[in-house]
Design a protein. Structure first.
Length: 143
C-alpha cells in the first residue's frame, strides 16, 4: 500500500500543484491571478498537512516527490506568492535547497546564467553559506 500512497502524492503534485500554476503562466482574465492563487492555497494547505512535522513528504527519506514539489513550489517566488501562511512548506523548501546536490545544481545554473566558469564540488562546499534560503543563490563566482 505505501507504493500507491507515494504514487498518489506524485500525481497530486503533477495534477494539482503543477497544473494549478498554469493560469499564472498564461493569464486569460484580470481576476485570473487571484482565483489561481486561491485554488493553489487549498493545494498548499493539503501539502502542508501531508508534510506535517516530517522532514520530507514521505517521512525522513528524500524522494522524487520531494524534488518535484521543491521545483514546483519554487514557482511561488517567480509569481510572488506569499508563503508565510505555510511555514512548514517554507522550511521544507529551505531544507531541500540546503541539500548538496541542489546546491551544486543551483550554483551550476547560476554560473551558466552569468557566463562564469563551471563550478566544482570543492567550490560548492566553500560557497554553501553564500546561498540564501529557499533555493535562490546570489553570489559572485571568481574565475
Amino acid at each position: 500500500m505505501p507504493r500507491w500512497h507515494f504514487l498518489e502524492l506524485v500525481n497530486f503534485i503533477a495534477t494539482e500543484l503543477h497544473k494549478g500554476f498554469g493560469p499564472l503562466w498564461h493569464p486569460t482574465s484580470a481576476g485570473g491571478r487571484e482565483i489561481a492563487i486561491e485554488n493553489l492555497s487549498k493545494r498548499f494547505d493539503s501539502l502542508d498537512r501531508q508534510l506535517g512535522d516530517q522532514s520530507y513528504l514521505r517521512g525522513e527519506t528524500f524522494t522524487i516527490a520531494d524534488a518535484y514539489a521543491y521545483a514546483v513550489l519554487n514557482w511561488t517566488k517567480i509569481h510572488k506568492i506569499d508563503m508565510r501562511r505555510w511555514p512548514r512548506l517554507t522550511a521544507f523548501l529551505d531544507r531541500v535547497a540546503a541539500r548538496p546536490a541542489v546546491l551544486r545544481a543551483l550554483l551550476r545554473r547560476d554560473s551558466r546564467k552569468h557566463n562564469q566558469p563551471k563550478v566544482t564540488n570543492l567550490e560548492v562546499s566553500f560557497r554553501r553559506d553564500a546561498c540564501v534560503s529557499r533555493g535562490l543563490c546570489f553570489l559572485s563566482l571568481r574565475q
